[in-house]
Design a protein around this ligand. Structure first.
Ligand SMILES: [Zn+2]
Length: 346
């Protein structure tokens, strides 16, 4: 082999290996309780949690520091391949007692979102400020989950007065976190119950908050950074096999600016989603309304449409759509959360 040929071979190999290490998305997991004595729907047992961490380690996932990796995505930079981030909402005591020791064993970074009133009022099932400080000093990211963990957008009218008091609720929590923990608290919010509206998200954007919701799906550079999806991993979602399918999925590149508000009065909300591209989609799109298969259509090459054919009641609902990839054994994943609230139009 000539020197030039060998040089080129090395170069091409290097380029491929670099490309393999450069990812373009993060899949974020959300947990609440790691305990055997808490509500099943929002809990994993310590044994299940250890199994999840082992699954991440055994399948080549890079468990990343969410703050720095998200910043890379927001700047349009590449991120580690197979990037996964671990988050907890609410700040339960069992995270300190049961989850943290296991996370230390695996040396995995993670984030805890806390509602500060419950910490200030020293609820017995919540961590104390001293415990949160312990974690913060050890490099754990502690962030905002509002002051009171209220329903932020279930309010009528959702006028300027509502928006002002909602922002005050969020800013109070941010102040308490900064007072208690000092520097290193990111300007992040995890919406209680994953409920948000376009108006709230837009106001948070003007205040430089990044915000996290609770619908499933991965994060990419085109994500709505005021409504970042996270995969639930507790209760019925704790099964390692289905969890692995989600962890291996990639975000469907939907143009979020064109998707309608989460809050709707319609009992059969219509999702019209336009993709940036769909070159790697194998065949049919499979969509589900609250887990039940639902017919979808393509009004144009890059735009798909889904609408429930039964009335949905007030409260949270979810449309999920997946498409198998052509280039590998994984799915493209998209989830649209709805909050049906207010006067029904049917
Ligand atoms: Zn919560």
């Amino acid at each position: 082999m000539s020197r030039l040929k060998r040089f080129l071979t090395v170069l091409v190999t290097l380029m491929f290996s670099l490309a393999a290490q450069a990812g373009s998305h993060i899949n974020i997991l959300v947990y609440h309780h790691v305990s055997e004595n808490t509500p099943a729907s929002t809990s994993v047992s310590p044994a299940q949690f250890r199994e999840h961490l082992q699954l991440l380690q055994d399948n080549g996932f890079n468990v990343v520091d969410l703050e720095s990796t998200l910043a890379q995505l927001q700047r349009g930079e590449t991120v580690p391949d197979n990037a996964v981030a671990i988050t907890f909402d609410d700040g339960y005591h069992n995270i300190y007692d049961n989850a943290w020791p296991l996370l230390k064993t695996f040396n995995f970074p993670f984030t805890v979102f806390v509602a500060t009133d419950a910490i200030d009022q020293q609820y017995s099932d919540m961590m104390s400020w001293d415990q949160l400080r312990d974690m913060h000093q050890a490099g754990v990211t502690i962030a905002n989950h509002s002051s009171d963990h209220g329903y932020l957008v279930r309010h009528q009218p959702r006028d300027e007065q509502w928006l002002t008091s909602t922002i005050a609720n969020i800013e109070h929590a941010q102040e308490r976190l900064e007072e208690e923990l000092g520097s290193g608290v990111p300007k992040w919010l995890a919406y209680p119950y994953g409920e948000f509206s376009d108006a709230l998200a837009e106001r948070l954007q003007t205040l430089n908050y990044t915000a996290f919701a609770q619908h499933s799906g991965g994060v990419w550079s085109g994500s709505d950074f005021q409504a970042i999806p996270r995969f639930a991993a507790a209760g019925i979602y704790a099964n390692p096999k289905t969890l692995l399918t989600k962890l291996q999925s990639r975000p469907m590149p939907v143009d979020e600016a064109q998707v309608s508000d989460m809050v709707t009065t319609q009992s059969r909300p219509e999702l019209v989603a336009t993709l940036v591209e769909r070159n790697d989609f194998a065949k049919a799109l499979n969509c589900f309304v609250d887990g039940a298969w639902q017919d979808s259509s393509w009004p144009s090459d890059l735009t798909f449409r889904v609408q429930s054919d039964t009335d949905l009641g007030e409260g949270r609902h979810r449309y999920n759509c997946t498409a198998k990839a052509r280039s590998g054994d994984f799915y493209y994943w998209y989830s649209k959360p709805w909050l049906i609230y207010g006067q029904q139009d049917r």
